[in-house]
Design a protein around this ligand. Sequence first.
Ligand code: ZN
Length: 117
Amino acid sequence: MNEQDLERLKDLLLRQRQEIFDRLQGLESGWEALSERDIEREEEAQKVDLTALYDQLDNLEQQEIEDIDLALKKMAAATYGACEKCRKVMSLKRLEILPATRFCKRCTRKAEGKTRR
Ligand SMILES: [Zn+2]
């Protein structure tokens, strides 16, 4: 991987990170509007359901941010692009699609097979 590719992937990661924060902010303001409506209508059951949904989204996005930060750290340590499991260097094509991925295609598929069972 040359320096130019690395710069481009770093830009991708930083942009993804920004998008997640933007989305989180959007969710928060959506949540405020929702609470106001719920107080007006007193739809308690619906409110609980939506709270669970928002919590779930938060966790997913936290995970995404963790992966992105990890990828950025690996870039700084010059270990970026290698699969964490088999240590194989991943293709630039895969990294361009999933810049924050930690595992190569084969290891991801293997892990998914195990969890699905
Ligand atoms: Zn692997």
